[in-house]
Structures are given as C-alpha cells and as structure tokens.
Design a protein around this ligand. Structure first.
Ligand code: GRF
Length: 185
C-alpha cells in the first residue's frame, strides 16, 4: 500500500505517538510517520523519534518567519496530515489556514464536554458516570473541530485521576489509529 506521509506534533510523554508508530508499521495502515515536531526539547516522547530514527524538529512557531519556513518544510517532505498528540500549544490560525491539508487532534474527553485542560479532574468533580476520548479535526477554536470518532469508558465511583487517565489513554491509542484508517478509507 502507498502510504501518505504524516507529521506528529508532541509536547510530553508521547505515548500516543508510540502507538501511532506501532500502527504505521502495519502493512495496511494508511500513513507513514515521517516527521515529528515538539515545541520543547524536554518532551519525553522525543525518545520514540530517536528510537525509530524518525527525523524530529523542535519548533515554537511563534514567529511568522518560523511559520513560513516550517510550511515550506512540510511541503518539501510531502506531509499529507498532521496528527497532534498531546501537543500543548494552540496552533496559529494562519498556520491552520495555510497548511491546506488535514490536521487532527486527540482529546481526553467526550467533546464538546470538557474542552481544554484538567479533563479528568473536572470529570471526577462533576461525578460523571461516563467519559472517554475524541479524535477531531483541528480548527482555530480550542477542541472544537468536526468530530471523527469517540470512545467511551465508565467512570467508577472510586476512580482516581490517575486511574481515569490510564483507562482513557488505553482507549486513545485505539481511537487514534482507527480514526486515521477511517479518514483514508
Ligand atoms: C493525551 O491524553 C491526549 O488526549 C492529550 O494529551 C495526552 C498526551 O499524552 N491531548 P501522550 O503525550 O500521548 O502520552
């Protein structure tokens, strides 16, 4: 199968990146992760780029000149989709408009509920019985683009924040790969 080139953006531990790399090694998976971007050199997930010898770049995208340069770079690398995986910066509106390919994100709640940070904490505080994760297209409003796929989990009365995180993230790894298959079907 001819795979499309993908770029994954991270900021932290990179466990979704790890799961995506694993899926991308499967023959029938539609994307090849050919570039990884982190806004900080402290992101633990960079180790997966090194381990799998995938080129990575530390980039802030704050200055317009960085943005223009980076867009050219994505074009030269023939990047067809950007997957945000725990990327903690809000993408510049100009960047979203100028990169005229797909950009998707994974979020640890059942959007439109619990946009933004501290989702597990807020889910527990509100005594929700159900939560989960959402893969969605990225637009210029936070966690608001068109939903591609959601997966649910039950919140048990004794669940801690960490317990919820573990359960939701296990679903995230499946949801992200399934969404990508869905997009390119
Ligand atoms: C995930 O829970 C994702 O939903 C959120 O940030 C977390 C990233 O975790 N956007 P990791 O870096 O993939 O381990």
């Amino acid at each position: 199968m001819v795979k499309k080139n993908a770029c994954v953006f991270i900021s932290g531990s990179g466990t979704n990146l790890k799961a995506l790399i694993k899926s991308s090694r499967e023959y029938n998976f539609p994307i090849n992760i050919s570039y990884i971007v982190s806004n900080t050199k402290k992101a633990k997930g960079i180790k997966f780029a090194k381990l799998h010898k995938i080129p990575f770049h530390i980039l802030s995208l704050k200055r317009i000149i960085d943005l223009e340069f980076f867009l050219k770079e994505l074009k030269s690398k023939n990047i067809f989709i950007i997957c945000l995986a725990g990327y903690m910066k809000i993408l510049n509106k100009k960047f979203i408009n100028k990169f005229n390919k797909k950009i998707i994100n994974i979020h640890p709640s059942l959007l439109p509920k619990y946009k933004g940070l501290n989702t597990f904490q807020r889910v527990l505080k509100n005594k929700e019985k159900l939560t989960g994760c959402t893969v969605h297209y990225v637009n210029d409003k936070l966690d608001s683009g068109k939903i591609i796929l959601q997966k649910r989990i039950n919140v048990e009365p004794n669940d801690s924040e960490q317990a919820l995180r573990v359960k939701v993230q296990a679903k995230e790894y499946k949801a992200y790969s399934e969404s990508i298959i869905h997009i390119f079907r």
